[in-house]
Write a protein that binds this ligand. Structure first.
Ligand SMILES: *[C@@H]1O[C@H](CO)[C@@H](O)[C@H](O)[C@H]1NC(C)=O
Length: 179
């Protein structure tokens, strides 16, 4: 019995090692980013623009069917004037009939320093009422080719009259050792 358990453990350990190292011996790397996304539908220069929605749901309190295109700045601190690390570009749609919840299709496009030009691409469901929302990374480009991992949103600030929001964002990305 003890031998079987030991064997199983060894098998699990060796397969875990095999999946995190490639044949050139460069291990995959887990990188964490912590930054702030400014999603500002109402301003002189909005960063999120509503482009569609079914008139039959105009009175929906959970905004069901509304679709927005976004180009949100990413900053190092909650201060919108702090260092810009990149943009979050893509779209989201209110897609629940019972709660305010977004389906997101978003791309983190880095513009700063060594990640300039590289992308992390993620999607998922973002139920706005939850304290922490998690969305999977589905891929990346440049430094993030073969990326996997997840993105976490926490709402730091939200103005219900405009929808303007600041999202406290964590990104846990596993990057290929090749890049
Ligand atoms: C990022 O890359 C673009 C295009 O290659 C370049 O124009 C820009 O100056 C770079 N930005 C930084 C901060 O290095």
């Amino acid at each position: 019995m003890a031998k079987t358990i030991l064997f199983l453990l060894l098998a699990i350990l060796s397969s875990a090692t095999a999946t995190t190292r490639n044949h050139h011996g460069h291990g995959d790397k887990l990188t964490r980013f912590h930054f702030y996304i400014h999603d500002i539908p109402v301003a002189a220069k909005p960063t999120a623009v509503e482009v569609a929605g079914a008139p039959s749901f105009n009175k929906s309190p959970v905004r069901f069917s509304r679709v927005s295109v976004v180009d949100d700045p990413i900053t190092e601190t909650p201060d919108p004037k702090s260092r810009i690390l990149g943009r979050v570009q893509g779209l989201y749609a209110f897609s629940s009939q019972t709660e305010a919840s977004l389906s997101v299709f978003l791309n983190i496009v880095f513009t700063d320093k060594k990640y300039n030009g590289s992308q992390i691409n993620f999607l998922g469901q973002d139920p706005l009422g939850l304290k922490v929302r998690e969305m999977p990374i589905v891929g990346g480009t440049g430094a993030f080719r073969f990326a996997k991992g997840y993105v976490e949103f926490r709402t730091l600030q939200f103005d219900p009259s405009t929808g303007n929001a600041i999202l406290d964002t964590n990104v846990y990305v596993v990057r290929s050792g090749y890049f």
